[in-house]
Design a protein around this ligand. Sequence first.
Ligand code: PMV
Length: 352
Amino acid sequence: MSRFTNLPTLFETAWSAPSNIALIKYWGKKKGFQLPANASLSVTLENSRTITQMKAELIGQFDVEYLFEDKVNEKFQEKVKKVILTYAEKSPELLDYKYQFKSSNTFPHSTGIASSASSMAALALCLLSLRQKWDQELDSKENFFKEASHWARLGSGSAARSVFPGLVQWGIHNDLSSSSDEHAIGADQFIGDDFLELHDSIIIVDEGEKSVSSRAGHALMDSHPMRERRFELANQRLSQLLSIIKNSDWTRFIDIIEVEALELHSLMMTSSPSFILMKPNTLAIISELREFREKQHIDVGFTLDAGPNLHVIYPKREAEKVKNWLSSIEKKYHLNIIHDQMGFGAREEKLK
Ligand code: PMV
């Protein structure tokens, strides 16, 4: 049986973790394991979540079964095994368990919404709840979530930000003394009144898989001619954005998030090899959004992930007008839209 004493023989838990959208993008790594080359800032969403239930049986050896929507996904199962092996460097007890995971997303499968952040954060939280059984350091909520963010990062960099609510920062930055490359931190103290219920409606321009994996994408920055300047600019914009959000300055906020989104894509377009991840409709809808904003004087902007879908960002007070505009876009382009907003972070769920 197990080499360790006092481990639970059977442990079950369930966690859900949301997706997040970066306003200042993490694109490019430092030397080391999953360390960001620049600091990033994101908004944690509420409705777009991964829910993961874990059953761990102490059998004295390591085994993993990972069911996504009731089916084994070999590729993802292998990834999960690897991630748990990295956790086990610190917590070898984890390797004495046989795991069964049952996972699902609250957002439709084929939306192209990145689920690696939400799924890796939920995974980290399940395993950390098990480690908590023998590691008293994790009894403090603060330590627990800090370590959860660290473990989430080992699965997928941006997942580090998905365990915390609201506005989240990750990566060493001069303006934030508790910032770290190892884990993310909550930055809710910077949320101005007009940003409290920030909305994000995701226009699903294309449902297909990404044509460049994030691992390959980050690696493109290793030799990018704009590399150093890009990291400098991202860190500068993060400073600016924190005070802009605190002062609820929507005009400057929109300028910065749009430039960040377009810069991310321009970096991909000018990498070697080069990738164009926007689709014609991405650009068409950006033009329409800018026209709508200018004509109607509405505080609304967009950001993009490493894909063609548009995240339309606006304050609650503009929700009615923006949603009317979005329904006209939905009809005109025959696209789906997912309405989400700034949310409350990861949470423990009831077992099913
Ligand atoms: O966490 P990764 O390795 O999938 O990288 C995420 C990269 C972006 O989504 C493009 C930007 C970000 O900061 O989330």
